[in-house]
Design a protein around this ligand. Structure first.
Ligand SMILES: Nc1nc2c(ncn2[C@@H]2O[C@H](COP(=O)(O)OP(=O)(O)OP(=O)(O)O)[C@@H](O)[C@H]2O)c(=O)[nH]1
Ligand SMILES: [Mg+2]
Length: 428
């Protein structure tokens, strides 16, 4: 991460949010986006003191908004003693610089907020590299701005106000070197991930990915179904690293279930690029379980965003089981009827109370049926190779020794492996 100069730190604790609407998108939509931005700020731990919804007719190159409006916002920021202005719209590097010059405050856009949240969330080597890469790529054209990244603490060695052209050139070179270093490291990590994946594929076990908007309840669902203990939090982007667990279905077949990083409107492009290998979990799964938080006022929008991100990732044509989550706190029969009409196969669940999980498991079983089967076999003592093959490529459900050291096994195996066991199968 970029080193922050100790003497140039500032705590950001009074943010003003600026949302936008035009003639096509109404004020209501802008308010929705603003409340989501507010939620993102809450996740970052930065208090918001004011939300402003402004009309943007034609974006101006200098401030995005017209100069008159920019002055007005600058004055308001002074009046309210704000220390940070956050735009719910991408700012070009020069617009950001102009705003910082005008207001002498820290001015950021939504992309940077998301990048900073990811940065505070990253813990594993893979996610740390991915986030750092995305942040540096975002910073590179912005070296002349007053402040670099903030995570409540603002300031930076790179691009500190007044830094000379020469210094900026040096910084740019350092960052470029760092970017290529990180890209190299990421390539290695990706290699490991794809090796793990190949091993999984070799087993030919069905693989489902849980996807959805951030905070929809994906991790909670993984926990509910597999008894795992993945972090569940009422904050955005609690999960950055995919977790894969075995799930045993009611018919005792086993599949792999992966919890993935949540989606959000306008996921920064640098993040999508950097997180490609993580996000690919969804692309490579046999099918997708799409979790939708139906208690959110914005569930329709979230639905659309998730489908379009999946499309963007190349997973648009995947088989999807849609689950309507948080049913326990939704009493609205009209809404439920509407959702059902839109997706008759959708399943109402509560990952929290367990409601509807049995129906979901049946739906998963139906999708899985074709790929694996449960067989009973009898293996003579001389064929230890077959026993280890069964353990390696299948899931042994029961085993018992008979007289003469003959082993009876009940195993869930991928159908494509049947030929290896054919001569020992006694029942299926
Ligand atoms: N009432 C209710 N709350 C739920 C349900 N499922 C999840 N939650 C809550 O929703 C919040 C988010 O849950 P997570 O499982 O962390 O959501 P996620 O989709 O994994 O979120 P990210 O990892 O941030 O993308 C937590 O506070 C959960 O307790 C549910 O069925 N009912
Ligand atoms: Mg999660």
């Amino acid at each position: 991460m970029i080193d922050t100069a100790k003497d140039n730190k500032r705590i950001v604790e009074r943010a003003i949010l600026i949302g936008f609407h035009d003639f096509a998108s109404g004020q209501e939509e802008a308010s929705e986006h603003l409340s989501e931005l507010n939620e993102l700020m809450r996740t970052l731990g930065i208090p918001v003191i004011k939300e402003l919804n402004v009309c943007l007719r034609a974006p101006s190159p200098r401030f995005l908004l017209g100069s008159g409006k920019a002055e007005e916002i600058a004055n308001l920021a002074t009046e309210l003693k704000a220390d940070c202005i956050v735009f719910d719209h991408d700012l070009s590097p020069s617009q950001q610089r102009n705003w910082e010059k005008l207001t002498k405050l820290c001015v950021i856009d939504r992309q940077e907020v998301i990048l900073d949240i990811f940065a505070t969330r990253a813990t594993t080597r893979e996610s740390v590299i991915q986030v750092e890469l995305a942040r540096l790529q975002y910073s590179l054209p912005r070296l002349t701005r007053a402040w670099t990244h903030f995570s409540r603490q603002v300031g930076g060695k790179f691009g500190v106000k007044g830094a000379g052209e020469q210094q900026i050139e040096v910084d740019r070179r350092i960052i470029k070197t760092k970017i290529s270093q990180l890209q190299k490291e990421l390539k290695e990590v990706k290699q490991q991930r794809s090796t793990q994946r190949k091993m999984r594929e070799k087993g030919d076990i069905t693989h489902a990915a849980i996807v959805g908007y951030t905070n929809a309840g994906k991790s909670c669902l993984l926990n509910a179904m597999t008894g795992s203990n993945v972090l569940v939090e009422n904050k955005l982007f609690a999960t950055l690293d995919p977790t894969t667990r075995h799930l045993t279905l009611p018919n005792r077949q086993t599949i792999l279930l992966t919890d993935t990083v949540g989606f959000v409107r306008k996921l920064p492009h640098t993040l999508v690029e950097a997180f490609k290998s993580t996000l690919e979990e969804a692309v490579l799964a046999d099918f997708i379980i799409h979790v939708l938080d139906i208690s959110s006022k914005y569930s329709e929008k979230h639905w659309k965003t998730t489908l379009s991100v999946l499309e963007e990732l190349g997973a648009g044509g995947k088989d999807i089981i849609t689950v309507f989550n948080k049913t326990d706190i939704v009493d609205d029969a009209v809404l439920k009827a509407k959702l059902k009409a839109r997706n008759p196969d959708g399943i109402f669940i509560s990952a929290k109370t367990g409601l509807g999980i049995d129906t979901l498991l049946s739906a998963i079983t139906l999708k899985t049926k074709d790929k694996t089967e449960i067989v009973k076999m009898r293996v003579p003592p001389s064929r230890h190779d077959i026993v280890s093959l069964a353990y390696k490529n299948g899931k042994v459900l029961s085993s018992s020794y008979q007289e003469d050291g003959v082993l009876d096994l009940e195993v869930n195996i991928p159908k494509s492996y049947r030929r290896n066991f054919e001569e020992f199968i006694i029942e299926q």
